[in-house]
Design a protein around this ligand. Structure first.
Ligand SMILES: Cc1cc2nc3c(=O)[nH]c(=O)nc-3n(C[C@H](O)[C@H](O)[C@H](O)COP(=O)(O)OP(=O)(O)OC[C@H]3O[C@@H](n4cnc5c(N)ncnc54)[C@H](O)[C@@H]3O)c2cc1C
Length: 422
């Protein structure tokens, strides 16, 4: 009979970090490789991630951990250069801080609405919050269409706090001040990136682990929470004392086969992102931008990232992010065709540029929809599970919006807490 103290579901950044801080563990991973969404695919000199995966550290601890383990020569440090493509022109990101870069009439409309917005003490949803805090024009020119493309959902469904600390808030005073001093880049302004892609960092987390304790190509099919075992590969049982889940919470709930949990899993909403990684035969005329936000609906993508401008490569290497609702059928050929046409319209590629390599990835889920109506239920279920030594962590496990660093912080915190109590 197989038994472990800490059974970890998923060998992404969260599961691997957790394993680094406990003694007796077993990681079960359905894929043939570790890394989850932090995998890197290298093709013919192009380094493709699951869309760019950048490290914007908020804590010194994890920044130090990263820098201590990655040589300077293996790393790029960048001052973020991010733009918004709006009405055939680039303006600086975030939109609300840079309305003075818009055409005169658009600028006047944004400013007028900013001063005449109807702020409330409390908002009932994300969209209402956008109108209340930024006014009609900023909301309708950028915040609403962009977030609708990204989340592929009616923004009225989302909680006001759907993006947590990642939403670039700015008040009137900051917006006006920025027109004079142009200090918009104070928002999350630098990032680090391993030249070999995000997976390079995953390999550091893997180094300290015992490879025999990572079961690849092994899918958890059923979880018995009462008797504390999981079933993998048809009928093999693995018993545990503590269960650490990092797979999407909705899927985790389904695996328990408990009625109450299955009902909750059906209520959880999220969307997919189709990532088109595209490598071309030569450079684009866009040589500085790291990524560009594309709010307008006539373009099928919401963001275009330039790996080559980050990594200093000669040939154009892009990641294109396309938001899809969870039920949308994915038509890769059609999206690729539309993308290549749109890149030409935006002059990111020209007619002489040839596509040399591509890697298509579907991130499903990509963004979980944080909704008022399910927040409480999720909290209650998590609490109940914690009392039974079952924990669900990471961006998808905890059903939240967070970064890789946040995933590492929560994994280490939980591991340390459980190890102290042993
Ligand atoms: C478009 C996009 C861009 C992003 N960019 C950034 C960025 O620039 N910077 C940043 O910090 N964060 C970024 N993120 C967030 C980042 O990807 C996540 O926070 C992080 O990768 C989550 O890691 P995880 O280990 O919690 O989950 P995952 O990486 O999803 O790992 C879960 C693992 O569980 C495995 N699994 C699933 N089901 C089973 C099963 N039944 N049995 C066994 N194993 C299973 C999966 O194969 C996977 O390996 C981005 C996310 C998206 C969607």
């Amino acid at each position: 009979m197989k038994k472990t103290k800490y059974l970890i579901i998923g060998a992404g950044i969260t599961g691997l970090t957790f394993a680094n801080y406990v003694d007796d563990y077993l990681i079960v991973e359905k894929d043939e490789k570790i890394g989850g969404y932090c995998k890197t695919i290298k093709k013919n000199g192009f380094v493709f991630d699951y869309a760019g995966h950048f490290f914007h550290f908020k804590t010194d601890e994890w920044k130090k951990f990263f820098l201590d383990n990655v040589k300077n020569s293996e790393l790029v440090k960048k001052n973020k250069c991010t733009k918004i493509y709006y009405k055939d022109k680039l303006i600086d990101y975030p939109f609300q801080m840079n309305i003075h870069q818009l055409e005169k009439q658009d600028f006047i409309n944004c400013l007028y609405d900013l001063f005449n917005k109807e702020e409330k003490e409390k908002y009932s949803n994300f969209l209402e919050m956008l109108y209340g805090k930024f006014g009609k024009s900023i909301t309708e020119m950028f915040l609403k269409p962009y977030n609708e493309k990204l989340y592929a959902v009616d923004l009225k469904k989302l909680d006001t706090n759907a993006m947590g600390r990642f939403f670039p808030y700015a008040d009137k005073e900051q917006i006006i001040k920025n027109m004079k001093e142009e200090n918009a880049n104070s928002y999350n302004n630098t990032f680090l990136y391993p030249k070999e892609g995000a997976e390079f960092f995953i390999e550091i987390l893997e180094k300290k682990l015992n490879s025999e304790k990572i079961l690849l190509n092994t899918t958890i099919e059923k979880i018995n929470l009462k008797e504390k075992y999981v079933i993998v590969n048809n009928d093999e049982k693995i018993y545990f004392e503590y269960l650490i889940n990092t797979i999407p919470f909705n899927n985790f709930l389904k695996l328990t086969e408990e009625k109450e949990y299955i009902e909750l899993s059906k209520k959880l909403s999220y969307n997919k992102v189709l990532v088109l990684n595209l490598g071309f035969n030569k450079k684009s005329k866009y040589t500085q931008e790291h990524w560009i936000y594309v709010p307008e609906k006539e373009y099928n993508y919401y963001r275009v990232g330039f790996y080559n401008n980050i990594l200093g490569q000669d040939k154009l290497s892009l990641y294109i992010e396309i938001g899809l609702s969870k039920d949308d059928k994915v038509n890769v050929d059609l999206e690729l065709k539309k993308t290549l046409e749109n890149l030409k319209v935006q002059h990111i590629i020209d007619k002489d540029m040839k596509l040399e390599e591509s890697e298509i990835i579907l991130m499903n889920p990509a963004y979980v929809h944080i909704e008022d109506k399910t927040n409480k239920q999720i909290d209650n279920v998590m609490k109940k599970m914690n009392e039974n030594n079952i924990y669900s962590i990471g961006r998808y496990g905890a059903w939240t919006y967070c970064s890789m660093e946040d995933c590492m912080i929560s994994a280490k915190e939980l591991a340390s807490k459980l190890m102290k109590g042993k």
